[in-house]
Write a protein that binds this ligand. Structure first.
Ligand code: ATP
Ligand code: MG
Length: 356
């Protein structure tokens, strides 16, 4: 979460390679902020074909990425500042607290800590960290620790270079989610929950300028909403996807009774209930860990943030005001007719706005 560093680049490209679609945002740095030059998204899933997660090999992304670069009329060799992201199981981001350690000792202590979250050997691990603060009274340090596997980074670079692009900064997806919110909202002391609801997963980020940073992935997304419809209404994938985009959540789901936190419910849950359950669990964990429950808002981004009825459902079930977040809100010309405010671009935008 880079907040105060100087921005040196003139133009930047944010690239979000999702399992459902690849998103790209092209920004120009201006005196007052950023101007949107272009943004596009292309699906990686052939129309009407039910996606199978295990089929999503990196090789299928490269041709789509090349096509996207062409659609945006970009010359790959002229792109100087490309920021892309990796996420999923082989990445981890945690805020930790440790006694004050000098730099040489800190790195090996952090490797040890990171292994708890990504159980791989030190040689296979990429590690990055940022000291957020040093507590004067206790002399403890608060550190944001990011780790990923070298294999994942290699796979990611392979896709980027296969499209003739030169890999630049690679950030973790949840940090880009956090940045899309931090860099586009007024600062205050409250706790904000950002849900990036994609196709196969949801990144959950809890951010507060005065309290702990938290991020995790929830293993459900837009594809699971479609699957629910396929099952319930006996529709094909294609029909169910069309139905979902048109109708969103059924009225009955929106009106469903508040689930009790204590009682055990053994009936099969649908995707909205499963996501809600996981969000609730994480909120409870956060309150215990961070000692703060000043939740102001839940902000929805990602393609599935557009699902009709979803923000009302979360507001009702989680008792926290929930809304779809427009990540373009602070850009120059953001009111220009035709300018998108699609939350699907939040990660790509968070990446493009990331200071060097
Ligand atoms: N208007 C809409 N209503 C409901 N769902 C939508 C709408 N528009 C897009 N979606 C869903 O959004 C999902 C794609 O979102 P997104 O591009 O954020 O995913 P992704 O980043 O490719 O996936 P992941 O993050 O899981 O790798 C799809 O499941 C699609 O059906
Ligand atoms: Mg995504």
């Amino acid at each position: 979460m880079a907040k105060t560093k100087k921005v040196k680049f003139k133009e930047s490209i944010g690239l979000d390679i999702g399992n459902h679609s690849i998103k790209m945002v092209h920004l120009k740095k201006t005196h007052h902020g950023y101007k949107l030059l272009n943004c596009e998204s292309l699906s990686t899933i052939p129309e009407g074909i039910e996606p199978v997660y295990s089929d999503l090999s990196p090789d299928r992304y490269a041709p789509i990425l090349s096509q996207l670069v062409k659609t945006m009329k970009l010359k790959p060799k002229k792109i100087k500042h490309l920021v892309s992201s990796i996420g999923g199981d082989n990445t981890s981001i945690k805020q930790i607290r440790t006694i004050f350690l000098p730099d040489e000792e800190l790195e090996s202590a952090l490797f040890f800590e990171a292994k708890k979250h990504l159980p791989i050997s030190g040689a296979e691990m990429n590690l990055d960290y940022q000291v957020l603060s040093v507590e004067e009274k206790t002399n403890n340090m608060n550190i944001l620790l990011a780790s990923s596997t070298k294999a994942l980074l290699k796979e990611h670079s392979h896709v980027v270079t296969s499209a003739d692009l030169t890999p630049g900064i690679v950030d973790l997806e949840s940090l880009a989610v956090a940045n899309s919110f931090i860099l586009n909202s007024e600062k205050d002391d409250g706790v904000y929950v950002i849900l990036n609801i994609g196709a196969f997963k949801t990144n959950m980020v809890i951010y507060s300028s005065t309290s702990k940073f938290f991020a995790r992935d929830i293993a459900y997304g837009g594809f699971n909403f479609t699957k629910d419809i396929m099952k319930k209404q006996k529709k094909s994938y294609e029909e169910a996807e069309v139905y979902k985009l048109e109708h969103g959540l059924e009225e009955r789901e929106i009106d469903s009774k508040k689930s009790s936190l204590i009682s055990l419910d053994v009936t099969e849950k649908n995707t909205t209930e499963l996501i809600t359950q996981e969000v609730k669990r994480s909120l409870r964990f956060y309150v215990k860990e961070a000692g703060s429950s000043d939740f102001r808002k839940i902000l929805l981004v990602g393609g599935s943030a557009n699902l009709r009825g979803l923000s009302e459902y979360f507001t009702e079930q989680l008792q926290i005001p929930t809304e779809v977040f427009n990540p373009f809100v602070n850009l120059e010309d953001s009111n220009r007719p035709g300018t998108t405010n699609d939350p699907q671009f939040a990660v790509a935008l968070g990446l493009a706005m990331r200071p060097e």
